[in-house]
Design a protein around this ligand. Structure first.
Ligand code: AMP
Length: 223
């Protein structure tokens, strides 16, 4: 079967994580979540983590030279041989160009870019209600609460609010998204790869729409 190489694009809090998990749970696609990889490095105190932390806490992008090599390594890995879903990468045009070049060298292509769009005011509301577990599973106080308030469903650990989900940092992250990440919309539209989804719809509806597109991309790839 042809590989399927997907990019999830959209502002922070658009639902990329929720949808990425759902899409990859039933597909043999490697799910690469840049933010989770960086947060794990911060937690472990690796060189990368130490360098990345201040940028992340401030809501800025971590410099390209720290991120690009890291993600391309995952794209080239055995686990991604049948395809991948990238979440949180590329985050600017330089990263998009680096990804395109690396795939080109491997004789591979991007199958599609899935843009989940949500207006800024909804994002602020969503992110400030977001809580995460030790394992990285994301909950929402209103829309996706844990069974026991404040505790993760899987391991019972305390749910926490990420520093970068605090209101001032959310506004900074949205500004960074509009300035640096949004130009990728035109970049991929020009390549005929962009598919838009209304991220304000219910998660099940967004998932259904995404699956429809992913199925047709799979069929196109198989031809
Ligand atoms: P996320 O969970 O995707 O919102 O990522 C959290 C933070 O990690 C971002 O605010 C950035 O500081 C950093 N980050 C994630 N992905 C990237 C990327 N592709 N390039 C640079 N920084 C990133």
């Amino acid at each position: 079967m042809a590989e399927l190489n997907l990019i999830l694009l959209g502002p922070p809090g658009a639902g990329k994580g929720t949808q990425g998990e759902r899409l990859t749970s039933k597909e043999t696609l490697e799910y690469v979540v840049t933010g989770n990889i960086l947060r794990a490095a911060v937690k472990e105190g690796t060189d990368l983590g130490v360098q990345a932390k201040a940028f992340m806490d401030a809501g800025d992008l971590v410099p390209d030279e720290l991120v690009i090599g890291l993600i391309l390594e995952r794209v080239r890995s055995e686990e991604a041989a049948e395809g991948f879903v990238l979440d949180g990468f590329p985050r600017n045009v330089a990263q998009g160009e680096a990804l395109g070049e690396a795939l080109g060298e491997l004789g591979r292509d991007i199958s599609g870019v899935l843009l989940i769009d949500v207006p800024d005011e909804d994002i602020v509301r969503r992110l400030s209600g977001r809580r995460v577990s030790q394992s990285g599973r994301i909950y929402h106080l209103e829309h996706d609460p844990p069974k026991v308030p404040g505790k993760a469903d899987d391991d019972g650990s305390d749910l926490i609010q990420r520093d970068d989900d605090k209101p001032e940092t959310i506004r900074k992250r949205l500004a960074v998204y509009h300035e640096q990440t949004e130009p990728l919309v035109a970049f991929y539209e020009a390549q005929g790869l962009l598919h838009r989804f209304d991220g304000t719809a219910a998660p099940e509806e967004v998932e259904a729409q995404l699956r429809k597109t992913v199925s047709s991309l799979r069929l196109e790839g198989a031809i």
